[in-house]
Design a protein around this ligand. Structure first.
Ligand SMILES: *[C@@H]1O[C@H](CO)[C@@H](O)[C@H](O)[C@H]1NC(C)=O
Ligand SMILES: *[C@@H]1O[C@H](CO)[C@@H](O)[C@H](O)[C@H]1NC(C)=O
Ligand SMILES: *[C@@H]1O[C@H](CO)[C@@H](O)[C@H](O)[C@H]1NC(C)=O
Ligand SMILES: *[C@@H]1O[C@H](CO)[C@@H](O)[C@H](O)[C@H]1NC(C)=O
Length: 475
């Protein structure tokens, strides 16, 4: 070729070269891939490749636009540059990859790496501390860690995960709050602090702390008993609380003077020996119970022991259950005097196994009907004489009364009574006198409640002090 032709070609070559450069420049678009999250002290790798770049290609990994973290030269072209990294606290940041080939450079899009620190030394801290609180007060627990980031928390109560809808329990973030602690919420609590990277979860579990919910003391109850010891007698006053958390200081006061005290650390019941004898009045006793927060007194109780006497009688009450027409009967042994009576029952003169103050006959068949009498004697004299009541006749239930008839009869009676009572009311209203307030009682007289829910009677109020004495028998 002649030099002149070459000279003519120069601009063309220059243009071609320029075009190649532009195309190579637009080709140099490195692509960076890498993790967005990594655990502290784990190993990760960033990968960078610039497809089509003419070798040698120099890759540089940059963090936060600063100095290169690592460099890699691809002599062959088309190879992916791998940058392995050990994750430290300083590894987090925005990474880019810069590729350079043939004097042209390109920079990748950014990848942000977040360093996740697993929890360590997880423990539960409480407010109040130690976690002992009275019922109704607030207990706040928090799950504390020495180190850790991007943590989630799970709480466990008695080894069961605390659900989001547990009543009265609010778990949010690292905290668990019992707004008004109840005794049911007392038990073991622990938390788990955890962090997730991809599909890997790292846990740290705290030790368990025992939350104690103390129960307020209830008003103390008082009871008095007497036993015979040899030729003498021994009185025993028992004070107890049905609710409450120990310890509690029980004291017994007789006629306003303290006669004994005891600190109950277990069961909330304390017995005090007191002098007692039949026929003697030793005064009025009261129990007092004290805790650091409370001081409560029982009702007063007389320490007088009155021997059984003054006559007995049996009170008989038939009970109709609405609808069935069947009758039950309740017998009650009424006593004029006697502080500590024990009872027994006779049917047609022979003793029944029942021993309570009242006797319930759920059915009155031929074997239940007959002459009933009750007997009583002082419970502290196991071989003392019995006092006996006159007998009362318990009639068998009329077998020919069908339920429908019974209802009809009851309804008629009720209707008639309503009429009568209504007339009286109207009469009284016109008579300008206040209407009697006990009128509705007529209703309950006519249709006594079923045996399962008997109306309170004198018998029941008498036997309040010893509810166990009611016995049900089938003869
Ligand atoms: C929780 O456990 C404690 C003893 O660890 C126990 O006394 C309490 O009854 C338990 N509570 C429940 C609701 O299971
Ligand atoms: C006193 O009475 C209580 C309750 O009835 C009983 O548990 C206790 O054993 C009695 N104490 C004495 C010394 O009899
Ligand atoms: C318990 O109560 C009694 C009577 O008030 C008192 O003398 C005693 O010191 C109390 N004991 C304690 C441990 O509080
Ligand atoms: C009790 O005596 C009456 C008669 O007075 C009799 O009808 C009834 O069947 C007797 N009851 C028993 C259980 O013997």
């Amino acid at each position: 070729m002649k030099p002149r032709h070459i000279l003519n070609l120069l601009p063309v070559l220059a243009l071609a070269c320029f075009l190649t450069m532009i195309s190579e420049c637009s080709l140099l678009q490195p692509r960076l891939t890498g993790p967005e999250k990594a655990f502290l002290n784990s190993r990760v790798a960033f990968r960078c490749v610039a497809p089509g770049a003419p070798p040698p290609v120099t890759y540089r990994l940059l963090r936060d636009g600063g100095a290169p973290v690592a460099t890699h030269v691809d002599d062959e072209g088309g190879q992916t540059a791998v940058f392995p990294l050990k994750v430290t606290a300083a590894t987090g940041g925005a990474y880019r990859c810069r590729a350079a080939a043939g004097g042209i450079t390109g920079v990748s899009a950014g990848v942000r790496l977040t360093v996740v620190t697993p929890a360590s030394n997880t423990r539960v801290e409480s407010d109040p501390s130690p976690p002992v609180a009275f019922e109704g007060s607030r207990v706040a627990l928090s799950c504390e860690v020495d180190r850790g980031s991007h943590l989630s928390y799970t709480w466990f109560f008695n080894r069961t995960e605390v659900g989001g809808s547990w009543p009265g329990v609010r778990a949010s973030g690292s905290r668990l709050v019992l707004e008004r602690a109840t005794p049911q919420q007392a038990g073991g609590y622990y938390c788990v602090a955890w962090a997730t990277v991809q599909d890997t979860r790292r846990f740290s579990t705290s030790t368990e702390i025992q939350v104690v919910v103390k129960v307020f003391l209830s008003k103390p109850m008082i009871s008095f008993s007497m036993v015979k010891v040899g030729d003498g007698y021994r009185g025993n006053v028992t004070c107890w609380c049905s609710r409450g958390s120990p310890p509690a200081n029980f004291s017994l006061w007789v006629d306003g003077r303290p006669v004994g005290w005891f600190t109950a650390t277990g069961a909330l019941a304390v017995s005090f020996p007191v002098p007692a004898a039949p026929g003697l009045d030793m005064g009025e006793a009261r129990c007092r119970v004290q805790s650091p927060r409370q001081q409560l007194h029982s009702e007063p109780l007389s320490l007088e022991v009155v021997p059984v006497g003054g006559g007995l009688r049996v009170e008989l009450e038939y009970l109709y259950s609405a609808g069935s027409g069947r009758a039950a009967a309740r017998l009650c042994c009424l006593l004029v005097r006697g502080t500590f009576p024990s009872f027994s029952w006779l049917l047609n003169g022979s003793q029944l196994p029942a021993a309570g103050r009242s006797l319930l006959l759920p059915v009155i068949g031929p074997t239940e009907a007959g002459q009933y009498a009750c007997r009583a004697r002082d419970s502290y004299e196991p071989h003392g004489p019995w006092a006996q009541s006159p007998a009362v006749m318990v009639q068998p239930t009329e077998p020919d009364t069908t339920p429908l008839d019974a209802i009809a009869i009851l309804f008629c009676c009720f209707f008639l009574l309503t009429l009568v009572v209504g007339s009286i009311c109207v009469y009284k209203m016109f008579d300008r006198k206040p209407a009697p307030t006990h009128v509705p009682a007529a209703h309950s007289l006519l249709v006594p409640p079923p045996p399962s829910s008997p109306a309170p009677s004198e018998c029941e109020s008498q036997s309040d002090s010893d509810p166990d004495q009611t016995m049900e028998i089938t003869v």
